[in-house]
Design a protein around this ligand. Structure first.
Ligand SMILES: Nc1nc2c(ncn2[C@@H]2O[C@H](COP(=O)(O)OP(=O)(O)O)[C@@H](O)[C@H]2O)c(=O)[nH]1
Ligand SMILES: [Mg+2]
Length: 262
């Protein structure tokens, strides 16, 4: 099973927050990728702020990484950031893509713990506060739909089927990666910087956790069950081409895993 897709350019997260010595850096950095989330982003950030203020005693930053959404998402975030010092917005221009947006956000992050969550309420914002309590003893905390108290909730049936298919294909291509957690395609997780620093990631499409499970230095992890919610407003950005990107990504990870004899 080989795919001829060219490998995307490498993205590397620096060893340590570059300014750690000069200024106080937050402990937790949360990256929120957005594309056309104007209707969701303000209430989402408000809920996230309440959850993180309480859980971390203010020791966090939120970085919204927006790919020039035509609906004005980044302008809304910029206005909110004017009254919330823990919030920043980064506009990527000339590039689209969820996975690369997330790693680009972490490249600018200053925290020792790096996290990501979607902006459409499919992951309830309070999830991160609950996960934060678990990161103390481990390298990775994954929000999962498929274990413990997790469930797919009211996720549309066709998406449940596609998601199950994507997992099946993943287990077939890279069982060593897909068997590490119950929800390797989760878009909400929290990882220690030390587990991913200085590693070249070449993410494409929508999925980043599988890159971390395959390439990162994740020695111990825990799962956190949650009920996936319906997108609050707007529509999914997943398209047919993301399936091809996903297969290309699995092909690349498979070759690498085989090379390293895992
Ligand atoms: N920066 C960036 N964010 C994206 C892109 N595509 C989707 N997102 C964001 O990634 C999250 C998940 O996307 P969504 O379309 O809901 O995917 P789904 O949940 O798998 O249907 C949301 O916060 C989106 O706004 C993109 O091309 N660039
Ligand atoms: Mg979504």
């Amino acid at each position: 099973m080989r795919f001829a897709t060219a490998a995307p350019a490498a993205l590397t997260v620096a060893t340590r927050p570059p300014m750690r010595d000069q200024v106080a850096c937050p402990f937790l950095s949360v990256v929120v990728p957005t594309y056309n989330e104007a209707a969701n982003i303000a209430p989402f950030l408000e809920e996230l702020r309440m959850a993180l203020d309480a859980a971390t005693a203010g020791d966090y930053e939120v970085i919204v990484v927006d790919d020039e959404s035509p609906d004005g998402t980044s302008e809304i975030v910029a206005r909110i950031a004017a009254g919330w010092p823990n919030l920043r917005v980064v506009r990527r221009s000339g590039e689209r893509g969820l996975a690369r947006a997330v790693v680009s956000g972490w490249q600018m992050a200053r925290g020792d713990v790096l996290a990501t969550i979607n902006a459409d309420f499919q992951h309830p914002p309070a999830l991160l506060a609950e996960m934060f309590r678990k990161i103390e003893d481990v390298d990775l905390v994954v929000a999962t739909r498929y274990a413990a108290a997790g469930s797919v909730g009211r996720f549309p049936l066709h998406r449940q089927i596609l998601s199950a298919l994507a997992r099946r294909v993943g287990v077939l291509f890279v069982p060593a990666v897909f068997r590490r957690v119950s929800d390797p395609l989760s878009g909400c997780y929290m990882v220690r910087r030390r587990a991913i620093e200085d590693i070249e990631f070449r993410p494409s499409g929508f999925k980043t956790l599988i890159e971390i499970l395959a390439r990162g230095r994740v020695e111990n992890l825990v799962e956190h069950g949650y009920t996936m919610q319906k997108r609050r407003s707007g529509q999914s950005h997943v398209r047919l081409r993301h399936w091809f990107e996903y297969l290309g990504q699995l092909g690349r990870i498979r070759s690498e895993v085989a090379r390293r004899g895992l």
